[in-house]
Structure formats: structure tokens, C-alpha cells
Design a protein around this ligand. Structure first.
Ligand code: HEM
Ligand code: HEM
Length: 373
């Protein structure tokens, strides 16, 4: 894919931090000699621009515009522009093609037979209960911090501190050797625990309250209905929305994939290189090589991010106020309360983002192991 060469630069600089995860966080990561050339180039141009900034700019201006300029000049426009152009041409072609398809009588009768909504079991519940609002908020809250700390683990050149769990403790249970990892990885793993706990409660409640019927396909007509919904989205004449009663087939498949495939994959792959992995069991480690886990973990994160972008876009462009009230106030009405609660949830998430600094995480980590430089 065209994304590979673009990714190659950060990957090189990330390699040392990856070595660190396997064991010693003090591995040769911080040494300037060990930096890849592109990283060194990036840094020196940033340093140059920063040292020049106060002279060139009046006292009142901040350095932000300069930093943005440096970043913009580092973007490989020659590669990106043709890619963007191609993307726009492909999108326009897709819309025109879908519109043409929809003008065919056979396709019109297909859309009448399969309007896009899968058949639900008769006992499927209506509405979204309050517990789901809470679960959904906590999921988003933890996921934002998990993606952030995951990316920090991937890119950090020097860990803020190292964490070694106590033998036989929560972060290094029987069967595993206490591994020295970065404080950031400890935070990532701690957030994972909370996210998984929240997810387990979500799944139990989903089944206890029959809400699962709205996101688990139970009828094969989900496939033609998903095709129908895809065609409607692509032709920019979107399927009728009523999330209070049902999701369309594409939504159902996307929610199912997120909850029942992507989340377990993130857990299974993350476990493999975490401090929890029972590395004393050589056979198990051989059956499930760490390279496989690495190949899965990062793309799963990309899936979560892509899902969230499309999901939030659709929430906002298919009746934002009503949709937000469904999820954030458990009501099927159009008013501003849901949006207010949603904004509040963003503020809480932003506060947590600011507070997850070593200053606050160190004392917590010390309860579970020892910290060193
Ligand atoms: C700021 C971000 C988000 C907003 C505003 C948002 C909003 C919503 C809304 C309004 C619904 C109900 C849809 C409807 O009534 O038509 C919904 C459902 C859902 N969302 Fe989100 N969402 C967000 C982030 C996420 C994230 C990060 C995930 C998971 C990765 C997620 C997973 C889901 C799932 C699985 C459902 C279906 C729940 C069910 O009925 O069982 N959402 N979301
Ligand atoms: C129980 C669930 C999870 C566990 C146990 C886990 C564990 C880990 C560990 C131990 C690392 C350090 C990897 C290394 O050695 O390079 C890591 C990295 C990472 N994690 Fe997770 N993680 C989990 C869930 C997630 C989720 C849900 C996301 C995002 C949606 C995520 C995103 C990342 C990213 C982006 C990295 C950096 C990957 C790389 O360097 O290639 N993790 N995770």
C-alpha cells in the first residue's frame, strides 16, 4: 500500500523503543548516535527553527506557527498530492457509479427487497438504556488514553522511567519473569485492565438486557442488506436512520466487528508482549511468536481509530442531536442536552489526558513494582 513508505521513517526511530519493551528500557535508545538519519534531520531542522524563532518573531508571538511550518515542510507533498488526487477521483467515480447503479430497475427492486436494515429477532428491545451510555463513555475515555499511550510506547526515544513489577504480583503473575518496561507501557497496560473490565461488564449487560440482538447478526439477510446500505451511502442518498429501534446492516456489522473481533484481537496480541505473558512456558511462546502479535496489534489500533472517525462522522451527519440524546441521555428526543453531556465527556477525557503525566502516574506505579531511571 502507498502508506508503507510514509510509515518507514517513524518505524526506524521506533525500533529501539520496541527492543526496550522486550526487556530493558534502558537499552540504547536515547543515544543520538543510534538515531536514524531522518529523525536526526527532523530534530536539527526543528532546533534550528526554534533557535531562530525569537529573533525573527516579535516578543508576543508564540512558536506554534513555526512548529507547524517545520512540520509542513517535512511532509512529503510529492507523494501525498498524487495520492490525494487519486483518492478524490476514486471517490467521485464511486459516487457516479453508485448513482448509475441505482437508476437500473433491477437494482431498484433489490433496494426495495433489502432496504438496508437486517431482520432482528422479535424480542429485540427498543431504545438505548442508561447503562449503555456509561459503558460507551468509559469505552471512549479509556480507548483515547490507550491509543495515546500505545503510540507513546511506539515512538518514545527515552522512557520517563522504568518499571519492574514485583515477582508474583499483578503485573508479573506466576509463570512470567518480571520484565523491566517503560513507565509508559505500565500506564498502557493499566488502562488496558480498566478498558477490558469495562468491556466485560458491557458484554454481560448486553446479553442480560437482550441489547446484543441489535449488534449481533442473527439472520443471513444482513449480507444483502449491508450491500444495499453500502450502495446507499456510496450514492450519497443515505439509508434511513433510527438507531433507537435498529441499526442498519453496515452499522450492525461494524459494531459487531469492533466489540467481538477487534477488541479480542487487541487483547490477544497485546498480552503477548506484555509483562503478563507466561514466558516461562517455552512451548506456548513458540506456538505464538511475538512477531505475529506485533503484526496484529498496530493494525488493530488503526482499525479502532478509523472506525471511530467514520462512526463519529455519521453520528453527527445523520441527526446529531437525536443520536447524541440516544447515547448520552437515553432519550429519543431532539434537544441540546445530549450534546451538552457529550461535550462534558470530552472535557473529562481531556482532563485525564493532561493528568496522565509521570508526575501523577509514578506514585501509582510504585505500588505495583519498582521504578528506576
Ligand atoms: C466521541 C465519540 C463517540 C460518539 C459521539 C459516539 C456516539 C454514538 C451514538 C450516538 C451511538 C448510537 C447510535 C444511534 O443511536 O444511532 C453509538 C453507538 C455505538 N458506539 Fe459510539 N460514539 C463515539 C465513540 C465510540 C467509540 C470510540 C467506540 C468504540 C471503539 C464506539 C462504539 C459504539 C458501539 C459498539 C455502538 C453500538 C452500541 C450498541 O447499541 O450496542 N463509539 N455511538
Ligand atoms: C488488553 C489489551 C492490550 C494490551 C495487553 C496491550 C499491551 C501492549 C503492550 C505491552 C505494548 C508494548 C508493545 C511493544 O513491546 O512494542 C503495546 C503497544 C501498543 N498498543 Fe497495546 N495493548 C492492549 C490494547 C490496545 C488497544 C485497544 C490499542 C488501541 C486501540 C492499543 C494500541 C497500542 C499501540 C498503538 C502500541 C504501539 C505498537 C507498536 O509499537 O507497534 N493497545 N500494547
Amino acid at each position: 500500500m502507498s502508506a508503507t513508505p510514509v510509515q518507514s521513517e517513524p518505524r526506524e526511530t521506533a525500533a529501539p523503543s520496541r527492543t526496550r519493551m522486550g526487556g530493558n528500557p534502558t537499552a540504547p535508545t536515547a543515544s543520538p548516535d543510534s538515531q536514524s538519519e531522518p529523525a536526526a534531520r527532523l530534530r536539527s531542522s526543528a532546533e534550528i527553527s526554534q533557535t531562530q524563532a525569537p529573533r525573527a518573531a516579535p516578543r508576543t508571538s508564540n512558536r506554534m506557527p513555526n512548529a507547524i511550518l517545520v512540520r509542513l515542510s517535512n511532509i512529503q507533498w510529492k507523494r501525498i498530492l498524487p495520492f490525494l488526487g487519486g483518492l478524490i477521483v476514486a471517490a467521485v467515480t464511486l459516487v457516479l457509479l453508485s448513482r448509475w447503479l441505482r437508476s437500473l430497475p433491477e437494482v431498484q427492486s433489490f433496494l426495495l427487497t433489502f432496504p438496508g436494515n437486517p431482520t432482528l429477532p422479535e424480542s429485540a428491545p427498543t431504545g438505548l438504556p442508561a447503562w449503555m451510555g456509561w459503558q460507551h463513555f468509559l469505552n471512549m475515555f479509556f480507548l483515547v488514553l490507550i491509543v495515546r499511550t500505545g503510540l507513546q510506547v511506539r515512538h518514545e526515544k527515552k522512557a520517563p522511567a522504568s518499571f519492574t513489577p514485583k515477582e508474583g504480583s499483578f503485573f508479573s503473575p506466576k509463570g512470567s519473569t518480571p520484565k523491566k518496561v517503560s513507565l509508559t507501557q505500565w500506564l498502557h497496560q493499566s488502562l488496558d485492565v480498566l478498558w477490558v473490565l469495562n468491556g466485560l461488564i458491557f458484554i454481560v449487560l448486553l446479553f442480560v438486557t437482550s441489547q446484543w440482538m441489535k449488534i449481533v447478526p442473527t439472520n443471513l439477510d444482513v449480507i444483502p442488506n449491508a450491500l444495499s446500505a453500502a450502495l446507499q451511502y456510496a450514492s450519497l442518498d443515505w439509508p434511513h436512520e433510527n438507531g433507537w429501534l435498529y441499526y442498519n446492516a453496515l452499522q450492525m456489522l461494524a459494531y459487531f466487528t469492533t466489540v467481538f473481533l477487534a477488541a479480542p484481537l487487541a487483547i490477544l496480541s497485546g498480552m503477548r508482549f506484555s509483562t503478563w505473558w507466561p514466558d516461562k512456558n517455552g512451548r506456548l511462546s513458540k506456538i505464538y511468536p511475538v512477531e505475529i502479535a506485533r503484526k496484529v496489534h498496530y493494525p488493530v489500533m488503526l482499525y479502532f481509530v478509523a472506525f471511530t472517525v467514520v462512526h463519529v462522522f455519521l453520528v453527527f451527519f445523520t441527526g446529531a442531536l437525536r443520536n447524541l440524546n440516544h447515547m448520552y441521555t437515553s432519550r429519543d428526543v431532539v434537544d441540546w442536552v445530549g450534546l451538552g453531556v457529550f461535550i462534558l465527556s470530552l472535557v473529562v477525557t481531556a482532563a485525564a489526558w493532561i493528568l496522565t503525566k509521570p508526575l501523577f502516574t509514578r506514585p501509582l506505579a510504585e505500588r505495583f513494582g519498582t521504578l528506576s531511571k
